[in-house]
Design a protein around this ligand. Structure first.
Ligand code: 2B7
Length: 672
C-alpha cells in the first residue's frame, strides 16, 4: 500500500518541527505560531557549543551532520516533491547530497529583503524554541536542528539550487557566506538542491572523517524506510581501500520497504516463522502511519530497529511499546481462541520478544524525543497508533497460517516456562562471599542464600527500619532503611542519580544492575517490597521509588518483582478483639459490620516506626496475613502507565498520593 502524499507531507512537516518545544516563558506558550517566533540568530553559538546542537563532537555527532542534510532531502521526497536522492563521497573529506525537489527558494527573504531565503536558511538558527539549554534538553531530539548547524560546523559548504530553469550557487565557510548567491545561468532537465560540505577539523579534530561504511548504511536505510524513493550512492574508490561490503556505485529502490530490509538483515538465519508479519497502514483519521516487518528467529539475538519519520530511534520508546503491546495481546487472544488460555497465563512481552527480529517505522506529527542522546521517542500517541494499527493485521496473520501461529505460540510459552524454571533453580549461587562483602552497611540482609523466596523491604527512615528489622523473619526477609525523601529520578540528571547514596545502596543490595544491564539472574531477592507509612508522605516516597524502578529497571517490574506493602492506618479494639484498617473507608466498613456500632477504641498510627514490631509483622510483613500490591507496567495500556508516571513527576504531593490509591490498573492487588 503506497503512502498518500498528503499524509507523508504531514510527516515531513513533522520532522521540521522535531525541534525542542519553546522553553517556559518563550512566546510558544502565548499562542504565537512557529512562523511568528522565527527568532533568527547568528551561528556563533553553534560553533561555541556544538554539543548542544548535535550532541557532541565525536564520530557520531560528525555523522549527524550528514543525517541532517539527507533528512532535508528526505523531507522533500516524503512530501512528494523529489523522486531521488543522491549521495556522493569524495576524496578530501567532502560529501554531497542532492535531490530533485523544488530547490531551496532563492528569492529575497521577507524579513531580510537584502538576503536570499537560501542565505537566511543557511546562516541563521531558526525557531525560538531551540535556544537555551532547557529547551534543548526537554524535547525535539537532535534531528531537525537545521542545515544552518551543518553549515556552522563545516569548514566549507556550498549549495546549488536548480529552480525555475536556472542554476544558482552560494558558498560558505564556517557558517559565513564566502560568496554572493551567483546565478550560473540556464539549466534544463535539472531541478532540486545539492549541498556539498566538508566538516570542520577545528570542531571535530584533524583525524575525524565521515566513514563510508556508516554513510552507506545510513543512505541505504533511507531507501528502505521510504519505499517510494530512489537513492543513489557513489564513493571515490580511494576511500574504499580495505573496506568490505561498500560498493563504489549503487542505486537503491525498495518497493517492498521494510520487508525487503528485514529480509536483507536476517539472510542466512533460520526462522521459526516462514513468512514475515509485515505491512503498512495509515491512521484513519490521520495523520500518522506505521510500517513494520517482523519475524521470529529459531535462535540468536532479537532486535527491534525502530524509526520515527525515518529518523532512527536506537533507544526505542513509545512506538516500540505499542508494538510489544500489540504482539502480546494478539498472541494472548489467539491463545484464548485456541483454548490455551491457561498455558499462556505466565507469558510476558519479554517472552514474546525473545527471538523476535523487528523493524518498525512510524510517521507522526511533531514527535518528541527523550533520553541522554534524544534517541528515544517519547510521544505518547505513538503507542496507541502502533498498537491500534498493528493489532488487526496481526490477528489476521495468526489466523491465516495456523501452523506458523502454533509454532510461535508454543515457542513463547516455552520461553516463559524456561524463564520461570531458571528463576526457581537459580539456587545457591546467590551470595558469593565477595558479593556479600560489597553489600551496603545499612542493609539487614536475610540469612538464606537463595533468591527464591527472599524478600527485601525498602523502608522509610531509620526508626521504621528498626521496627521492620525486629518484625521480620530473618531467614528470608531483608530490610533496607532509606533516609527521608529519595531523589526524584524523574527530574534528576544521570550524574545526580549516580551520586545519590540512598539509590546507590539500593542498587548494591539488589545486585541486578539497571536498564539494559539489568540481569534477572543477579537479582538477590524474589520480591522487592516498598514499605512506607500509610500517609501522604509515605505515598510520596513510594511513588518516587516506583518511578525510580520504572525508569532504571523496568524489567524488574516486568518480571513481577516489585510490590507495595500495605500497612494499616487504624487499629480498632473492642475488648479482646483488635482489627486494622488501611484507610478511612475500611475503618467505616469495619465499624458498621464487625463492630455494629459498638463502642470501640480507635488508634491512628503516625507511622511504621510507631508500631510495635509484632503489629507490623501481623499487619504488613507476615506473608500469611499481609496484603501486597504488585506493581505492573500496563503493557496492554502503556499510555496509562506513562500518564501515571507523568503524574508522579508533578510537584504536588497529593497527586502522588492519589497515584497509590487510584491505580487499580497499575497495580494488581494480591494476597500473597
Ligand atoms: C527547512 C529548510 C531547510 N527547503 C525549502 C524547499 C525545498 C527544499 C528545502 C531541500 C538536502 C541536500 C540536497 C519549499 C527547508 C528548505 O524551503 S531543503 N529542498 N532539499 C535539501 O535540503 N536537500 C522549498 C517550498 C517551496 N519551494 C522550495
Amino acid at each position: 500500500m503506497a503512502p498518500k502524499p498528503d499524509l507523508f507531507g504531514g510527516a515531513a512537516a513533522a520532522r521540521k518541527s522535531a525541534k525542542p518545544a519553546p522553553a517556559k516563558g518563550t512566546p510558544g506558550e502565548n499562542g504565537y505560531t512557529a512562523a511568528d517566533i522565527e527568532v533568527l540568530e547568528g551561528l556563533e553559538p553553534v560553533r561555541r557549543r556544538p554539543g548542544m546542537y548535535i550532541g557532541g563532537t565525536d564520530e557520531k555527532a560528525l555523522h549527524h551532520l550528514f543525517s541532517e542534510v539527507i533528512d532535508n532531502a528526505m523531507d522533500e521526497a516524503v512530501a512528494g516533491h523529489a523522486t531521488f536522492i543522491s549521495v556522493e563521497m569524495e576524496p578530501g573529506g567532502y560529501i554531497s547530497v542532492s535531490d530533485n525537489g523544488r530547490g531551496i527558494p532563492i528569492d529575497p527573504h521577507p524579513k531580510f529583503p537584502k538576503k536570499s531565503a537560501l542565505e537566511v536558511i543557511l546562516t541563521t538558527l531558526h525557531s525560538g524554541g531551540k535556544f537555551g539549554s532547557k529547551a534543548y534538553s526537554t524535547s525535539g531530539g537532535l534531528h531537525g536542528v537545521g542545515v544552518s548547524v551543518v553549515n556552522a560546523l563545516s569548514e566549507h559548504l556550498e549549495v546549488e539550487v536548480a529552480r525555475g530553469q536556472r542554476l544558482y550557487k552560494q558558498s560558505f565557510s564556517r557558517g559565513k557566506p564566502a560568496s554572493e548567491l551567483e546565478d550560473l545561468g540556464a539549466v534544463h532537465n535539472r531541478r532540486g538542491t545539492k549541498v556539498r560540505f566538508v566538516p570542520d577539523k577545528l570542531i571535530f579534530g584533524v583525524n575525524a572523517h565521515l566513514k563510508p561504511q556508516r554513510v552507506f548504511a545510513m543512505t541505504r536505510a533511507k531507501a528502505y524506510l521510504f519505499a517510494g524513493i530512489e537513492v543513489r550512492w557513489q564513493c571515490a574508490p580511494e576511500l574504499l581501500a580495505g573496506i568490505d561490503g561498500v560498493p563504489e556505485k549503487e542505486s537503491f529502490k525498495f518497493p517492498g520497504g521494510l520487508k525487503d530490509y528485514l529480509a536483507a538483515t536476517v539472510t542466512g538465519r533460520p526462522l521459526l516463522t516462514t513468512e514475515f508479519f509485515a505491512g503498512k497502514v495509515e491512521a484513519d483519521p490521520g495523520p500518522g502511519a506505521v510500517e513494520w516487518a517482523i519475524g521470529w528467529a529459531e535462535d540468536g539475538d532479537s532486535f527491534i530497529h525502530s524509526y520515527c519519520n525515518t529518523i532512527p530511534t536506537p533507544d526505542g520508546g513509545t512506538h516500540e511499546a505499542g508494538l510489544r503491546g500489540a504482539l502480546l495481546r494478539g498472541l494472548r487472544s489467539y491463545a484464548d481462541l485456541t483454548g490455551q488460555t491457561k498455558r499462556f497465563k505466565d507469558v510476558t512481552s519479554e517472552d514474546v520478544m525473545s527471538g523476535c527480529v523487528a523493524l518498525l517505522s512510524v510517521f507522526i506529527r511533531e514527535p518528541e524525543f527523550q533520553g541522554q542522546t534524544k534517541e528515544r521517542l517519547s510521544s505518547a500517541e505513538a503507542t496507541r497508533l502502533v498498537e491500534q494499527l498493528i493489532r488487526d493485521p496481526f490477528d489476521h496473520w495468526l489466523a491465516n497460517s495456523p501452523a506458523q501461529a502454533r509454532r510461535l505460540l508454543d515457542r513463547v510459552i516455552e520461553v516463559a516456562e524456561d524463564r520461570i524454571r531458571r528463576r526457581s533453580e537459580k539456587g545457591t549461587l546467590r551470595k558469593t562471599a565477595t558479593r556479600k562483602l560489597r553489600l551496603p552497611g545499612k542493609l539487614a540482609d536475610c540469612t538464606q542464600d537463595t533468591a527464591a523466596g527472599a524478600e527485601i523491604f525498602i523502608v522509610e527512615g531509620d526508626s521504621a527500619g528498626g521496627s521492620a528489622k525486629q518484625a521480620r523473619a530473618r531467614q528470608n526477609q531483608a530490610v533496607l532503611p532509606l533516609r527521608g525523601k529519595i531523589l526524584n529520578v524523574a527530574n534528576a540528571g544521570a550524574d545526580k542519580l549516580a551520586n545519590n547514596q540512598q539509590l546507590a545502596d539500593l542498587l548494591l543490595a539488589l545486585g541486578c544492575g539497571t536498564k539494559t544491564s539489568y540481569r534477572e539472574e543477579d537479582l538477590r531477592y524474589e520480591k522487592v517490597i516498598v514499605m512506607t507509612d500509610a500517609d501522604v508522605d509515605g505515598a510520596h516516597i513510594a511513588s518516587l521509588l516506583v518511578t525510580f524502578f520504572y525508569r532504571e529497571m523496568p524489567n524488574l517490574i516486568r518480571g513481577g518483582h516489585l510490590y507495595l506493602a500495605v500497612p494499616p492506618l487504624y487499629r480498632i479494639t473492642q475488648g479482646a478483639t483488635t482489627v486494622y484498617a488501611r484507610n478511612d473507608a475500611e475503618r467505616e466498613k469495619l465499624l458498621a459490620t464487625t463492630f455494629k456500632g459498638k463502642k470501640v477504641d480507635i488508634g491512628r498510627f503516625k507511622g511504621l516506626g510507631e508500631m510495635m514490631p509484632q503489629q507490623l509483622r501481623e499487619t504488613t510483613m507476615d506473608p500469611k496475613r499481609r496484603t501486597l500490591l504488585r506493581v505492573e507496567i500496563a503493557e496492554d495500556d502503556e499510555i496509562e502507565t506513562r500518564a501515571a508516571v507523568e503524574r508522579l513527576m508533578g510537584s504536588k504531593a497529593d497527586a502522588r498520593f492519589r497515584f497509590i490509591q487510584e491505580h487499580a490498573q497499575f497495580v494488581n492487588e494480591l494476597d500473597v
